[in-house]
Design a protein around this ligand. Structure first.
Ligand code: SF4
Ligand code: SF4
Length: 150
């Protein structure tokens, strides 16, 4: 990865970031890799601890990120052009959502702390909290609804 300018996210709009700058914004919380349930009537979205089949609960990362669409074609690729359409389900602490809404990153964000472990130490990630989706029938996902760790 190329060297990133210190605090680049504070003066570079999401729409003008390089690919490396954009990718580095991900804090590694893993919350977007959990299955969500949406109320058909109200549109309310709730988070579950049922993880995508490619999610690694130990590393808290996608196990096949570069080729994930071969296995999970529905995995959404966030970009400036689809942020507005995806905000409704995105975790409240997601760096992309925070910056899109004009908010600062949290101090535990690895870009600020310099340490990828701080997102886990702060208790806001899904590390060691998930169940794999192949173990839970979809009809039972509502038994695994959780509050977003923030
Ligand atoms: S919710 Fe946002 S910050 Fe967290 S893993 Fe997903 S894209 Fe990265
Ligand atoms: S395919 Fe990978 S990045 Fe996409 S939701 Fe699943 S674990 Fe997350």
């Amino acid at each position: 990865m190329s060297t990133l300018r210190p605090r680049y996210w504070e003066d570079t709009p999401l729409t003008r970031m390089t690919r490396d700058e954009w990718e580095a914004l991900c804090d590694g919380c893993g919350k977007c890799c959990m299955n969500k349930l949406e109320d058909e009537d109200t549109g309310e979205v709730v988070l579950t601890r049922v993880a995508c089949r490619l999610f690694d609960d130990t590393t808290c990362q996608c196990s096949q990120y570069p080729i994930r669409h071969q296995f999970v074609p529905e995995c959404i690729v966030l970009k400036p052009t689809n942020m507005d359409a995806n905000l409704y389900w995105m975790p409240e602490t997601c760096a992309y959502k925070l910056l899109w809404q004009g908010k600062p990153l949290f101090d535990w964000h690895p870009l600020i702390s310099g340490d990828p472990q701080t997102v886990h130490d702060a208790g806001v990630s899904m590390q060691s909290r998930t169940v794999p989706e192949f173990e839970i029938h979809e009809d039972d996902w509502e038994d695994h609804i959780i509050e977003e760790p923030t």
